[in-house]
Each structure stands twice: as C-alpha cells, then as structure tokens.
Design a protein. Structure first.
Length: 287
C-alpha cells in the first residue's frame, strides 16, 4: 500500500515547490521598484537615469544632504507639517462624521433609510473629476481657494461613502440588547453612540483612520488644485518642485525625499496594522 503514496507525495512536493517559486518571482517583481528607489537615492544625479545597477558602487549621501537645505528656501519640515496637518485633520473629520452617519443608518429606524443608504453607496460610482470643477467654482466664490478648507470640509460632512459603509457593516453586528439596556437606563441616541457603540467600533474606526491618513498624505490632485503658495504645499506637491521650468529634474533629491515621505505612512500603518486586520475581518469586507 505504500507504493501508490510515493508518487502522490512527490506530486505534492513538486506542487509546493512550484507554488513557492512562483511566490518568490511575484515578490521579486513587487519589491524591485522599492529596491531601485532605495539604491537610486544613493546615486549621483547623472547616474540614476540609464543605469542598470540597483546599488551604486560608490554610494553618495548628497541627495539627503540637499534636503536639509530645503526647497526654494523653504524647509522640508514645512511641507511635512502641512501634510501632517491635512492628514490628521482628515482623520478626525472622517471618524467623527462617518461614525455619526453610520450610527444613524445602522441603529436608528427612520423613514427613507434604505433609499438614502442606497444613494450614499451610489456616490462611490461618481468619478472625483466630475465634481472637481463645480467644487472649485464654489470655493472660489467663497474665497476659500489657497486655504486648507476645501481639502478638509468634505471630511467633516461624511462625504466618504466607503468609510460610512464600513462602519455601518460593523455597527450592524453589535448586539441590539446593548441599546435596549441603555435605553432602560435613560440613555438617548447620543449617549448610546458615544458610550457604547463608538468604543465597540474601535477596529472599524482605526481601519478608516489608516486608509484616510494614507489617502490624505498621498493626495496630489486636491492640493494641486486649491493651493497656490509654496509655503502651503504638501509633501506630494513639494516633490514637483524638484523639476525646474526647463523640465530638468533633480532625480536624486526627488527620490530621497520620496523615501523620507514614506516614513510617516509606514509608521502609522505599523502602529495600527493589527486593528486594520480586525476591522476588515469583522466589517463584512473579508474575502
């Protein structure tokens, strides 16, 4: 009986080896751009384009030293501070407004709830560029262009339907008995939301915070449209300043700043990654 099992075991071993080799090939393809950028940050500017070497034979640190001098006489700390302000402001707005809207959809029965929820989900199909011109005209008439208000206002009005949907899915799974017990103690909706539902929804809130922080930090189109003064630029716009008016780019410093700009996002993600997994697994979004 042992003879037939040997070929089968061999096939399993060959299949496992093939799967692991394929995974390594995919990993190499995914990591190649990251390795290239890291190596490019230590290359002289004239060796970055056209060079086949991932890492230079004689690494230089001039690209990072130039960052200390700033860009157009503006310290890079200014750009990082602006991006941090927008990212944290966006996180606060999404968590407050989206959680309130999600509580209403998930825990309160009111007329037209299903229709409004469907319309909200339908906004996910609306391209961002369709709203760009009318929004710009509106903020221009309100004299809010070249301020951070156009970039933050929507976050406090629950306009991010994805995060509302994610929180709704999570809150629907919370036991209704908690609400009933709280009402017997005289709690209203605001108290139930703040003291019961919100603390229990921490995984969904942190998941939304991570995605919002990353999206706001990496946003390029919004700051490009609404910000005009360089001292108000974010990190994503500051990278554009490495290209001069003649189209000549300082690739070395641009790559170095790109790597430095990844550090806050990476730190934020690593700090809350276990909550991200919990939130995705318990919000009806798991595969």
């Amino acid at each position: 009986m042992s003879a037939p099992t040997q070929p089968m075991a061999g096939r399993r071993g060959l299949g496992s080896l093939t799967w692991h080799l394929g995974a390594l090939v995919v990993l190499a393809v995914v990591l190649y751009p990251v390795v290239w950028v890291i190596g490019g940050s230590f290359k002289p500017n004239d060796e970055i384009v056209g060079s086949l070497e991932l890492f230079p034979t004689d690494p230089v640190t001039d690209n990072y030293r130039r960052l200390a001098d700033g860009i157009a006489d503006i310290p890079i700390s200014t750009f990082f501070g602006n991006s941090l302000l927008l990212a944290l402001g966006s996180v606060a707005g999404v968590l407050i407004s989206s959680s309130l809207a999600a509580y209403a959809f998930a825990r309160i029965g009111f007329a037209g709830r299903g229709v409004l929820f469907t319309l909200m989900i339908g906004t996910l199909l609306l391209p961002y560029h369709v709203l760009l011109i009318p929004q710009y005209v509106m903020f221009q008439k309100l004299e809010l262009v070249n301020t951070y208000t156009p970039l933050l206002l929507g976050k406090y009005l629950a306009t991010d339907a994805f995060f509302v949907f994610l929180m709704v899915q999570f809150m629907r799974n919370l036991p209704r008995e908690l609400d009933e017990a709280a009402r017997l103690d005289g709690c209203g909706h605001l108290r139930i939301y703040w003291s019961i539902v919100l603390p229990l929804s921490r995984p969904a809130l942190i998941t939304s915070a991570i995605f919002t922080f990353i999206n706001a930090w990496n946003d390029f189109m919004g700051p490009l449209i609404y910000l005009n003064e360089p001292d108000k630029y974010t990190v994503s716009l500051a990278l554009k300043m490495f290209v001069d008016q003649d189209g000549v780019a300082n690739y070395g410093s641009m790559i170095a700043m790109s790597l430095v700009a990844l550090l806050p996002v990476l730190a934020f993600f690593l700090a809350f990654q276990r909550y991200l997994i919990d939130g995705m697994a318990t919000s009806g979004l798991k595969g």
